[in-house]
Design a protein around this ligand. Sequence first.
Ligand SMILES: Cc1cc2nc3c(=O)[nH]c(=O)nc-3n(C[C@H](O)[C@H](O)[C@H](O)COP(=O)(O)OP(=O)(O)OC[C@H]3O[C@@H](n4cnc5c(N)ncnc54)[C@H](O)[C@@H]3O)c2cc1C
Length: 407
Amino acid sequence: MSTTSIRPKIALIGAGPASLTLANILQNHSIPFTIYESSSTIRSQGGSLDLHPRTGQLALKEANRWDQFAKHCRPESDVTKLVDIFGEVCWDEGGADKHEVREEEKFDGRPEIDRAKLMELLHENITPEAIKFNKKLSKAVPSITEAKKYDLQFADGTIEKDVDLVVGGDGAWSKVRDLLTGVKPQYSGITAIEIWAFDVKEKNPWLANYVGEGSMFSFGEGRAVQAQRQGDGSLRTYASMRAPENFVETCGIDWNDHASARKAYVDQNFSDIGEDLKRVILESSDNLIPRTMYELPIGITWPSRSGVTLIGDAAHLMTPFAGVGVNVSMFDALELSKAIVAAWNGQKGLDEAVQEYEKELFPRAEMFMKKTEKNKRDHFSEDGTRRLAAKIRAFHAGELQGSKSEH
Ligand SMILES: Cc1cc2nc3c(=O)[nH]c(=O)nc-3n(C[C@H](O)[C@H](O)[C@H](O)COP(=O)(O)OP(=O)(O)OC[C@H]3O[C@@H](n4cnc5c(N)ncnc54)[C@H](O)[C@@H]3O)c2cc1C
């Protein structure tokens, strides 16, 4: 490595999917690093994630984690049902619109994997000494003794000195980002309740049957209901709406009382939707989490700075409406790993390699953020369901190019 020490000290902040993907690839190249994670363990809560062939799946292949993914993912969950907000079924791949998926097409679409499984397969091969838990970064500051190096200040009062490359994989509210730009996430205009029904086939066969084995989407003006079967047999649903940023605090709903909160939320905001859709919300009675959704501005960039960069949500936080966040995050990791490996092998300086990574990152992130923004607009519009149904129909009729995951 020509522009920095022979064995640069590399710190990855956060142990999310982006950092863990990068860590696997660096480890495969025998490049040392340390991950600093604020939690006491790998954070694996959350629902299923679908990994796309040209981004998330590709990164897993480079990380040598493909076999484990292929073993644990659920291509059979890649079936979509679309229902308009008043209850009319517009597309149902589990029923009237069923089509055979050939073996060779199994991974072309959006095979789902539970977040916990994905995190496990990304974590299990990492040398335990390379991850430090309970290390919440408070601030990263330029070293006072060494030019182009950084000191990491942690919430427990400890300091890690003289880091050559700080990679911010620390998600939405990244502390590393503060070294590069003052830009912060802004409210997306959308608030959701995330509601769960556990063991749904056993406990509520109607609900299991209605949603099917994959995902059910329903879009209307200012509102959306999205339900998705999980690998552990549960059902996760988002009932989302356009609302002011302080809706959760000011709407008068007592979120601690889940049963009354579900009913009040439906009565106030979803009283006119299809009866089946109402049932999906009201009968998802095992957990409820209100979520105020944030995003970074489309086209966010920063002036390149020696020894610091970002991957994943820290670089381009988006709402989940295009289902691309984790995919783009893991792809960032793949691209940054190539830059670090090239620098490690002396093919270019570390600064140059990271600058090249960022030059590609910015337009790529912008493209996915625009796609997400478009989906957000479409999903919360009156004819959103019908337009998506028409697009899926056109894809299956061979009228659209590309793989299923791109539509
Ligand atoms: C409700 C919801 C649904 C989603 N659904 C999908 C989907 O279906 N498909 C999809 O592709 N994407 C989805 N996403 C987006 C996806 O979850 C993210 O894009 C992805 O997790 C980003 O990975 P990451 O590693 O960049 O960040 P994160 O997953 O946020 O990981 C960041 C890590 O950094 C740690 N950390 C944070 N701050 C610090 C600190 N100061 N010091 C040390 N460690 C720190 C955190 O504990 C965490 O472990 C969804 C997101 C949400 C919120």
